[in-house]
Design a binder for this molecule. Sequence first.
Ligand code: SAH
Length: 213
Amino acid sequence: MVDAQTKMQFMFALRAAGVTDAKVLAAMEKVPRHDFVQGHFAPRAYEDLAIPIASGQTISQPSIVGKMTAALNVQPRDKVLEIGTGSGYQAAILSHLARRVYTIERHRGLARDARRLIDEMRLVNVIVMTGDGSQGLADQAPFDRILLTAAAEDPPANLLAQLRVGGIMVLPVGQTDAVQHLIKVEKTENGFEYTELEPVRFVPLVEGVAQEP
Ligand code: SAH
């Protein structure tokens, strides 16, 4: 549970940090972030911080989640692909904005935990999969929107190919230990248009499924 005042301060901090899209704010208000943060970090779930999760990964900073979601400009009929399920928090937010959300995670344990939470929340339009997201999901392509929550050196060619004409992809690009930038890619009939949004820091996109128990 989260008390009303904590939630109100959280929403205020999101706005102050530049998340102004009303639909995105409404979706974020519906998703209990504390359920996606385990252990002794749980009390800090409503601070604007990235927080460690299992398998050495992180749940992204809420204001960045908000800005990425706004940049994606999700429409109610959209089929969305997210790469990097992590805790499942971002996927839960997308579920309130899109028709269907496919989310891929390379760590089986993270995918399993995220799936359990998403099922408990009855977010029936979210499909959590274990796999190498850099390959995309050819079966379900094309996608209206694609969101990467792990940093690639360049937008992966497979994902650009799986974006619908008129579609939008948002991702962090750059090397892990250098400055990364959030970029927005729009696919048009004549090619791709790129917009640089802001500097960010994400875990890297790693190829292949993680080998672990
Ligand atoms: N969206 C997440 C943030 C997760 S951090 C959330 O809301 O909590 C990024 C995640 O991307 C990590 O869990 C990492 O394991 C995953 N990842 C990295 N490379 C990947 C790949 N090639 N395919 C699928 N997931 C990947």
